[in-house]
Design a binder for this molecule. Structure first.
Ligand code: URA
Length: 214
């Protein structure tokens, strides 16, 4: 089962954001968290897609507002990209986590079935936005948008052809660009002696997106 039956028939981004709150397409809604939808300008030429909301995002109800989001903001700025002009979302809209001994929620990577269940929401966002460049942050977003054929380390930093999903069978297919890069959380997890290098590699990839939009 996927989220198609939860999608309103004709929708704009705010209707979708409202509807996702009652999505039960996979079991992640059972963990008591809220779905976090994408945010940004409806006329954005640039869309960034991450994995899933983290602990802070789920509490605050906005994508990429925690530590990874702060690093992403800085990297975008260093690459000459303005988050205010972009749209930021995730492949999976609920937070998947495990519980440790205390109250802390420990991030758990979503499985393929969560990505598949949630994909109609991401497709609907992209169909409405019709962006010129989609930045694909990390392996989960790669799986959601590009399938099995691509790898972050091998394929990062290149403009790849990407077919924007459409909202109907008659709609013309629009081919644009996807750009794979590392997830900002991976930069945060990099050991201190290699962190700056990992950060600069992220900025470098984002600069490719900035040039494509210039
Ligand atoms: N990581 C993600 O992939 N998305 C967020 O919104 C936050 C952290």
């Amino acid at each position: 089962m996927d989220a198609r039956q939860h999608l309103p028939r004709s929708a704009d981004l705010s209707t979708l954001a409202e509807a996702v709150r009652t999505c039960t397409a996979c079991e992640l809604h059972e963990n008591g968290t809220r779905a976090v939808f994408g945010e940004g300008r409806p006329d954005a030429r640039l869309v960034l897609v991450g994995e899933q909301p983290g602990d802070v995002e789920e509490r605050e109800g906005h994508p990429f507002v925690g530590p990874a989001g702060k690093l992403l903001n800085r990297a975008m700025q260093d690459a000459g990209l303005d988050r205010e002009h972009a749209y930021v979302t995730n492949a999976v809209k609920h937070f998947r986590f495990t519980r440790g001994s205390g109250p802390r929620r420990i991030h758990a990577t979503p499985e393929v079935r969560h990505i598949e269940a949630c994909r109609p929401w991401l497709n609907a966002e992209l169909a409405l936005l019709n962006p010129e460049v989609v930045v694909v942050l990390g392996a989960t977003a790669v799986r959601a948008l590009l399938g099995n054929a691509y790898r972050v380390t091998r394929d990062r930093g290149k403009l790849l052809p990407f077919e924007v999903p459409t909202n109907g069978e008659d709609a013309a297919v629009h081919t644009t660009h996807a750009l794979i890069t590392t997830h900002p959380s991976a930069v945060l997890r990099t050991p201190p002696d290699r962190k700056e290098e990992a950060y600069q590699a992220l900025v470098h990839d984002l600069t490719v997106a900035a040039k494509a939009l210039a």
